[in-house]
Structures are given as structure tokens and as C-alpha cells.
Design a protein around this ligand. Structure first.
Ligand code: TYM
Length: 323
């Protein structure tokens, strides 16, 4: 048995990168064998970027609905909202006191965000210690994430080892789980799909909005209709390959390479794969978004189960520290 843990920030409705890179693989692992799993909505992390109660609350519901629409079984997994387990903020403080300031200055995500965002707050800087607390508070073995979170996992291992070394064995040292095929889903511009880059695909959108977005924003080269096109280097095909069957992806690559099949045709096929392929999840997402009391009840149930695991771990830490 392994304990799996992962979180998604509530900075918006989860996009295709979150869904294929984290939510779907995490659910697969959570439902596999006798794994135990802790899956949560990282709303405390979102506060580094979102300052508005109703927006944050709405996003939290959207993330919860996305997990459930993708089939998460909350009887098998502990599914909760990070802010409902206040123990995590206490542990984050302890970890901050055991981690060198200099090391935090090396975080790529802080450098990247502080270059782009106007609100460069201290929460953004100490973000990796709150993430380490998320993981260490539940004695997690494995953390399924996309490649962008690798450095955060390294910092988590680093702070756990430093604490263990100074204070005696206290924390499990976790490992990341990164799947090669979905570690870095491209956005419509070919860069990593990311909310802050504005290049996301939202599969829960209305199909007509999705169509407009795909036609207008997915980048293609100017190869004329009749000429052979490079499938593997194209964003349309890279995305199609992630959502279509292997044989359909192969067929599109052949059509592109043989000419007479244009980018417009490829976009149409991609749209169909997104609209039809996720029809059930889309319907379920919207049904859940209209059933807030059900989402609240699920999250309340999860918070209670999460706290029951978190409290003894925190107690272990407190007693080592001398509190
Ligand atoms: P967040 O909310 O930015 O992203 C959630 C998950 O989605 C993955 N992801 C992607 N995977 C592949 N391709 C992409 N384009 C892509 N974009 C996002 C991320 O790698 C992540 O797995 N700090 C975390 C949230 C967090 C967390 C944790 C995760 C807080 N505490 C503890 C794991 C364990 C974050 O910002 O993810």
C-alpha cells in the first residue's frame, strides 16, 4: 500500500493541463490496488494570487466539481479543502524556521511569478514551505504532479531531511511521480499550458466557445492546404494525441503528412475529440456546480478525515520542537 497525495490550486476552473497532468493520473492511482489517497484543493496557495472572497470560493467549487466530474470516489480518497485543515499553516511555520532563506531564493516559480505579477507578496516567497507542509503533514509516499512542480518536491524532501537530521526521525521523505506522456501539456501557443500565461483550454466551456477559441488561438504554420505538414511539431496534433485514441492520432499524423488535409480540418477533429470525448465530464461538472450543498458536504466529510490524520503528525512535530 502507498499513500498518494496531491493538490490543485483554486486559481480558476482546472484546465486541460491540470486535468491530464494531475487530476486524471491522481484518480487512477487513488483507485488502484489498496492505495490510500489525499487529494485536496490548495486554496491557501491561491490566496497568493486571488484577493476576493467570492472569486476564491467560486474557484474552489470549480476545482471540487472537476475532481468529482472526473470520477473521484470520495469513499476511497480523502478529498478536502486545504484551508479546512488549519494544522497545515502551523506546520508551514515550523518548516520555514528549518529552511535556509537562501534556498528559497532559488525557487524558479517565485522568480517566474515575481517577474510577471504585480502583487509580489511574502506568501509567494514562502509558498514551497506551505506545499512541503501539505505533503509532510500526511506522511505521503508519492506525489503525482506535472514537471513544473519538481523543484517544489525537491525542496519538500530537502526540508524533511534537514528537520529529521536536526531533530531526529520525524517525517517521511516523499517522492514525486511524473508521467512522461503528460508531464507538460502544451497550451494553445505551444508553451506550457498555464492560467497565468492565458493559453489554456477549458474543456468545461460551452462547445461553441471552445470552437471559437481553438480556431482563433491554436497556433499553426502557414503551410498551404495541399502540402505535407509536420504533425509532431504542431500544437494541434500534440493536443489531439493526448485526447484521441492511438489509432486516431496516427491517422491524423498521416493525413497531415500526405497533404490535402489542412490545419482547419485538424482543428475540427481536435474540437470533436474534446467535445465528444469529455461530454460526460462536462455535463457532470455543470450538474455539480449547481449543487453546492453536495460539494460542501463532500468537502466537510473530507476535512474531518484529513484532520484525524494530520493532528497526530503535527503532535509528533510539536513534541520534537519542545512545545
Ligand atoms: P497547480 O494548481 O498550478 O497545478 C495543479 C497540477 O497540475 C499540473 N499542471 C500541469 N501538468 C502538465 N502540463 C501542464 N501544462 C500543467 N499545468 C499544471 C501541476 O504540475 C500540478 O500537478 N503548487 C501546486 C499545488 C499544490 C500541491 C501541493 C501539489 C499545493 N500543495 C502539494 C502537490 C502536493 C500548484 O501550483 O499546482
Amino acid at each position: 500500500m502507498a499513500r498518494i497525495l496531491t493538490g490543485i490550486q483554486s486559481t480558476g476552473t482546472p484546465h486541460l493541463g491540470n486535468l491530464l497532468g494531475a487530476i486524471r493520473p491522481a484518480i487512477e492511482l487513488a483507485h488502484k490496488d489498496d492505495n490510500e489517497s489525499f487529494l485536496f484543493i490548495a486554496d491557501l496557495h491561491s490566496l497568493t494570487q486571488i484577493k476576493g472572497g467570492s472569486e476564491l470560493r467560486e474557484n474552489t467549487y470549480a476545482v471540487a466539481a472537476a475532481w468529482l466530474a472526473f470520477g473521484l470516489d470520495t469513499n476511497r480518497s480523502v478529498f478536502y479543502r486545504q484551508s479546512d485543515v488549519a494544522e497545515v499553516t502551523e506546520l508551514a511555520w515550523y518548516l520555514n524556521c528549518f529552511y535556509p532563506y537562501q534556498r528559497l531564493t532559488l525557487a524558479h516559480s517565485f522568480k517566474d511569478k515575481s517577474d510577471r505579477l504585480e502583487d509580489v507578496n511574502s506568501g509567494l516567497f514562502s509558498y514551497p514551505m506551505l506545499m512541503a507542509a501539505d505533503i509532510l503533514l500526511y506522511d505521503a509516499d508519492y506525489v503525482p504532479v506535472g514537471k513544473d512542480q519538481l523543484q517544489h518536491l525537491e525542496m519538500t524532501r530537502d526540508v524533511a531531511s534537514r528537520f529529521n537530521h536536526k531533530m531526529g526521525e520525524t517525517f517521511m521523505v516523499p517522492k514525486e511521480l511524473i508521467r512522461a506522456e503528460t508531464q507538460l501539456i502544451p497550451g494553445v501557443d505551444g508553451e506550457k499550458m498555464s492560467k497565468s500565461k492565458g493559453n489554456t483550454i477549458n474543456i468545461f466551456d460551452d462547445p461553441s466557445a471552445l470552437k471559437k477559441h481553438i480556431n482563433k488561438n491554436i497556433v499553426t504554420d502557414a503551410t498551404p492546404l495541399d502540402e505535407p505538414k509536420d504533425a509532431t511539431g504542431s500544437v494541434v496534433w500534440q493536443l489531439y494525441k493526448l485526447v484521441a485514441s492511438e489509432s486516431d492520432a496516427q491517422a491524423m499524423a498521416e493525413k497531415l503528412q500526405s497533404g490535402g488535409y489542412g490545419w482547419g480540418h485538424a482543428k475540427k477533429d481536435l474540437l470533436a475529440a474534446l467535445v465528444d470525448g469529455f461530454a460526460q465530464e462536462r455535463d457532470e461538472f455543470h450538474r455539480l456546480m449547481n449543487d453546492r450543498s453536495m460539494l460542501d458536504a463532500e468537502l466537510a466529510k473530507g476535512a474531518e478525515r484529513a484532520r484525524a490524520v494530520a493532528q497526530p503528525v503535527l503532535q509528533r512535530v510539536r513534541s520534537k520542537i519542545g512545545f
